[in-house]
Write a protein that binds this ligand. Structure first.
Ligand code: AMP
Length: 280
């Protein structure tokens, strides 16, 4: 497995693979890898990638000044061992200085899907994500890119970027990988105390219960939202948002029809902000 630190070397590596007739899959991550990330490597292969490049880069411009950029967990040795164990072909892990040698004055900005949900409390986050992913695409030159449904809004925003800016890349959204008890796997779960960790079960559980109610004929999504909010508060969580939206366009939906609806939520347990979602 190759470990690549510069954009120029990454591009040369990918061009060489393409000359050999191979297709390249990219799995962008911020490291601190877990089974959720590793499932994306498998998905890249299933969707036709001959070579898989995992990128590990904690992207400063997607964090607000009050967020956890500095304390975000980093463990490159462990991450690269996990990638090697999955037969990843290359890890691209550029230093911040390589990605942002000068103050950034050019951003990629999506203007619709990136406005609601998480953007209400993280208004600059998605510009940071689209900008870094565009830069990673230009470094890795992938044919296939895999993202997780765990970060559903991010996945929709990036799909839209690829569509609207004509990146010649096939986008794959892989399902959420959960802990045995239902909590969506996340690098941030390690911030939780034992009690907080127990309390977070309310997230996946209340989403599942909501799905059950809708499957049983409930069409009033405002009731569903209210009941999830109550359950999270009762479990000691602080709701950031619980919303029902069109699963593709992310527009608010209040009455369930035949179209797929996503219930998306974010909540704090202590200082840790967790997100989860389910598609109905
Ligand atoms: P992150 O390192 O948190 O930026 O995540 C990198 C990629 O892994 C993103 O596409 C995430 O959506 C995806 N991912 C993170 N957690 C999970 C999970 N539990 N299941 C599936 N994909 C995930």
């Amino acid at each position: 497995m190759d470990v690549i630190r510069t954009i120029r070397e990454m591009q040369a590596w990918s061009k060489e693979r393409k000359r050999e007739g191979k297709t390249i899959g990219i799995v962008p991550t911020m490291g601190c890898l877990h089974e959720g990330h590793l499932s994306l490597i498998d998905a890249a292969r299933v969707h036709g990638a001959d070579c898989v490049v995992v990128t590990i880069f904690v992207n400063p411009i997607q964090f607000a000044p009050n967020e956890d950029f500095v304390s975000y967990p980093r463990d490159f040795e462990r991450d690269s061992a996990l990638c090697a164990g999955k037969n990843v072909d290359a890890v691209f892990a550029p230093p911040v200085q390589e990605m942002y040698p000068a103050p950034v004055t050019c951003f990629v900005s999506e203007r619709k899907l990136s406005k609601g949900l998480c953007a209400k409390t993280r208004p600059t986050h998605f510009d940071g994500v689209t900008t870094v992913v565009a830069k990673l695409f230009n470094a890795v030159l992938p044919d296939v890119a895999v993202f997780g449904q765990k970060d559903a809004q991010q996945a929709r925003v990036l799909q839209r970027m690829v569509r609207d800016l004509n990146f010649p890349i096939r986008m794959v959204i892989a399902p959420i990988v959960r802990e045995a008890d239902g909590l969506a796997k996340s690098s941030r779960n390690r911030y939780l105390s034992e009690t907080e960790r127990r309390n977070t079960l309310v997230l996946s559980r209340s989403l599942k219960e909501a799905a059950g109610l809708v499957a049983g004929g409930e069409t009033d999504l405002r009731k569903i939202v209210a009941s999830i909010q109550e359950k999270i508060a009762a479990a000691g969580g602080k709701v950031d948002y619980v919303e029902t939206v069109d699963a593709e366009e992310l527009e608010p939906v209040e009455v369930k029809s035949d179209k797929p609806v996503m219930i998306a939520l974010a909540a704090y347990f202590g200082n840790t902000r967790l997100i989860d979602n389910i598609i109905l």
